[in-house]
Design a protein around this ligand. Structure first.
Ligand code: ATP
Length: 452
């Protein structure tokens, strides 16, 4: 049975942008001109590459974070501060460890000034609804992950929000627990056992989106824009093996992989590498830059070992594979697989088009090479495609002792990317540089150095 769709908008996001200040000055733009409408009766899933700004977008809808420009309307009125019609479920559960299940669930109502007796009654009913009857007085540490997320769900549902927004609510759970919670939530929704009028789910699982939602919104990255909205007109309960289900998964998959890669930016990056910018004598690793706007391009977070494994798998599949099929065969989420594919493509070892991945001639030679030859090829490719590594080398060569503390490079990257991403970028750079034998790294002293 499908939920009847009427046409009045509950949430309208209009041309929202968001940027964050960078420690070294300047700003990093995360969202760019995002518009989205969520109607009564709709279940909308939002998909996008890791770090594209999905959580930031949800937080703007809930009013936890202000937009830099643009606005969010709730029932036609601009939202200033916390959105009164929305409650959120977090991936990390976000429970207070010193409060019982009941107290955690009551919290949302307390904030809304609901009298104590009513609070208790409603909280008990919400706990019952999510299947936690009997655990009212337990503390979070006594609960499994799935039960904790049920508390998170009860805490959001107890306020009877018009719109329930969920930020990867199932991704911290094991496969079976996630599946169990997914169907329980869907049952509450489909059978209208909750007064919630719309659902917004951020997920990195395409299958989850196609299984649950009426519409999938696909975001790009750097900065995030809406690249497509895919209607999912299948009745519930859906059969994951049905050809029409698979066709929708494939369609979203192709959209995500195509836009995720931003092939243009990669091409520009290679041009920068080839144009001598690498030897420009810059004082440290700068960002990879792509496009006329010169925006920051991050290196995908994938270790050389993972990249090797992926190239070998691809060669075993005769040099060509459907990424989605490969992901499910390896039981890997898109989230896990795409950075590796992205890295392989950046190094010109494979090419991706519309969800299919294919080895390039260099990739084939790489897959078939001996260990030593493979390292040589890797070195050749990273030097051609990752100017940051050349810059790190220039710094190390310029020092009399050819050594530099990790912190030095981190400092420079932080000014570009912010702290968390700078750590990820440097980890990848050091991993690639070490595998390519461009430099060595001493873990104990956290020093990057050239071997004599
Ligand atoms: N408060 C903040 N200050 C600075 N940068 C931030 C802040 N919040 C988010 N960012 C940056 O914005 C970008 C998008 O982050 P966000 O968590 O919204 O992405 P996401 O798509 O939800 O990521 P993931 O899929 O990994 O959960 C990241 O580069 C992140 O580092």
């Amino acid at each position: 049975m499908a939920v009847a769709v009427s046409r009045s908008p509950l949430i309208e996001v209009q041309q929202v942008t968001k940027s964050f200040p960078l420690p070294g000055g300047g700003r990093m733009q995360v969202l760019d001109g995002i518009s989205l409408r969520v109607d009564e009766g709709e279940f909308v899933a939002i998909l996008g590459p890791s770090g594209s700004g999905k959580s930031t977008f949800l937080r703007i809808i809930t009013g936890l974070v202000p937009a830099s420009s643009g606005q969010v309307l709730y029932r036609g009125r601009p939202v200033a501060g916390v959105n009164p019609g929305v409650a959120m479920v977090f991936q990390s559960f976000a429970l207070y460890p010193w409060l019982t299940v009941l107290q955690n669930v009551e919290l949302g109502l307390e904030a809304r000034g609901v009298p104590a007796e009513q609070r208790r009654r409603r909280a008990l009913s919400a706990i019952d609804m999510v299947g936690l009857d009997g655990f009212e007085h337990a503390f979070p540490k006594e609960l499994s992950g799935g039960m904790k997320q049920r508390v998170g769900l009860a805490r959001a549902l107890v306020v009877e929000p018009d719109v329930l927004v969920m930020d990867e609510p199932f991704s911290g759970l094991d496969v079976l627990t996630a599946e169990n919670l997914r169907s329980d939530l869907l049952e509450l929704w489909i059978d209208r056992r909750i007064p919630t009028r719309a659902m917004v789910l951020v997920t990195h699982s395409i299958e989850e989106a196609v299984y649950m939602a009426d519409r999938a919104v696909v975001l790009s990255r750097d900065p995030a824009r809406v690249v497509a909205e895919v209607p999912i007109p299948l009745p519930h309960w859906r059969d994951r093996d049905a050809p029409e289900f698979k066709a929708l998964v494939d369609q979203v998959y192709a959209l995500l992989t195509t836009h995720h890669k931003d092939a243009e930016a990669h091409r520009a990056l290679r041009q920068v590498a080839g144009s001598g910018a690498a030897g420009s004598g810059a004082a440290g690793p700068g960002p990879a830059r792509g496009g006329a706007a010169g925006r920051v391009r991050q290196l995908p977070s994938a270790r050389a070992g993972a990249l090797n494994g992926f190239i070998e798998l691809l060669e075993e599949a005769d040099g060509r594979a459907d990424l989605y099929a490969m992901g499910s065969r390896l039981q890997l989420d898109l989230e896990d697989l795409l950075p590796i594919v992205d890295a392989a493509e950046l190094l010109n070892l494979c090419r991706v088009s519309a969800g299919d991945v294919e080895l390039t001639p260099t990739g084939l030679a790489y897959a078939q090479a001996s260990v030593t030859r493979r390292k040589e090829l890797f070195r050749q490719q990273v030097l051609a495609c990752v100017p940051e590594l050349e810059r790190m080398l220039a710094v190390l060569r310029s020092k009399a002792n050819h050594r530099m503390p990790r912190e030095f490079f981190l400092d420079i990257l932080e000014r570009r990317y912010g702290t968390a991403e700078a750590h990820r970028q440097l980890e990848t750079l050091i991993d690639w540089g070490r595998y390519a034998e461009l430099f060595a790294y001493d873990e104990a002293s956290q020093t990057v150095f050239l071997e004599s």
